[in-house]
Ligand binder design. Structure first.
Ligand SMILES: [Zn+2]
Length: 131
């Protein structure tokens, strides 16, 4: 457990915090789990006690998830169409599940990255002021 007064003075490496968020771990200790369920952020880290409830990820994770998934799926779909011109049902069977699965896989990781960024930059509830 790190006292909050000491935590206010310590360096918070942004890249490491974002990587820990990608791994869905606490941005401060990297040990405690960030989520209790799929996207439900724990109130506090079970390992170091960091209050995680102060994050304000809001709509940013779905925004970045859609942005990334679209930039992966659409070029692949266009390449398949240009080179092989498969029937439409094949596009539906291939791209719809792939899009959904990729979104579901990326969403908690991107949310974790954004929470890690917020913690490292002392944004919102992660600053020195109480939220
Ligand atoms: Zn922790």
């Amino acid at each position: 457990m790190i006292p909050s007064s000491l935590d206010d003075l310590t360096e918070r490496p942004t890249g490491e915090a974002m990587w820990r968020g990608w791994r869905q771990r606490c941005p401060r200790c990297g040990t405690g789990r960030m989520y209790g369920r799929y996207l439900k952020v724990n109130e506090a880290c079970a390992s170091c006690g960091l209050e995680l409830a102060g994050h304000r990820a809001d709509d940013a994770p779905p925004y970045f998830t859609i942005l990334i998934v679209a930039h992966v799926i659409v070029p692949l779909m266009l390449m398949l169409e240009q080179h092989f011109s498969p029937p439409e049902w094949l596009h539906m069977v291939l791209w719809l599940p792939l899009t959904v699965l990729l979104c579901l896989w990326l969403l908690p990781r991107i949310k974790g990255v954004l929470i890690g960024l917020q913690w490292a930059r002392r944004m919102h509830g992660f600053g020195s002021e109480p939220h």
